[in-house]
Design a binder for this molecule. Structure first.
Ligand SMILES: [Zn+2]
Length: 130
C-alpha cells in the first residue's frame, strides 16, 4: 500500500515538473548571464551595425544590492559601446540572491546566448576579412 502511494505521488511530481517546463517558451529558457569566477558575463548584438560583443560585470563593484527597493536582490545597469559604431546599448538585469536572472531589459541591441554570440562572431569576422 505504502509503496503504491509513494509511486503515485512521485509520478504526480514528475508531471508537475514536466508541465512547468512545457509552459516556458524556448526563449524564456535561454540563458543570458554567465558566471565566470568573480565576473558576470553577457552577450549582446548592436542594433545599429550588428556587431556582437561581450559585456562584463565585476561582481564586487558593479553588482548592486537593491535592499528590497526593487524586483530582485541585486541589479546590474550597464552601458556598452561596441568597437564599430558609437551607438550606446543600455542593459539592465534584476537578479535573485543566488544571481539568477529575474528580469532583463536592453535598449539599442539584443541579448545573445553564448552559443549565438560565438556563431555570430564567426560570421561577423568572416565578413570583415573578405
Ligand atoms: Zn554598433
Amino acid at each position: 500500500m505504502l509503496r503504491n502511494g509513494l509511486s503515485v505521488s512521485k509520478e504526480g511530481e514528475k508531471m508537475k515538473l514536466f508541465d512547468l517546463f512545457k509552459r516556458k517558451s524556448p526563449e524564456e529558457r535561454k540563458k543570458f548571464l554567465y558566471i565566470e569566477r568573480d565576473l558576470l558575463v553577457f552577450y549582446v548584438q548592436c542594433d545599429e551595425c550588428g556587431e556582437p560583443f561581450r559585456g562584463i560585470v565585476r561582481k564586487n563593484s558593479e553588482l548592486f544590492q537593491t535592499y528590497g527597493q526593487k524586483t530582485g536582490d541585486y541589479e546590474i545597469s550597464k552601458e556598452l559601446i561596441g568597437a564599430k559604431c558609437h551607438k550606446k546599448i543600455q542593459v539592465h538585469f534584476s537578479l535573485s540572491g543566488n544571481l539568477k536572472v529575474i528580469e532583463k531589459s536592453i535598449e539599442g541591441g539584443n541579448f545573445l546566448t553564448r552559443d549565438e554570440f560565438f556563431k555570430l562572431k564567426e560570421d561577423y569576422n568572416d565578413k570583415k576579412t573578405v
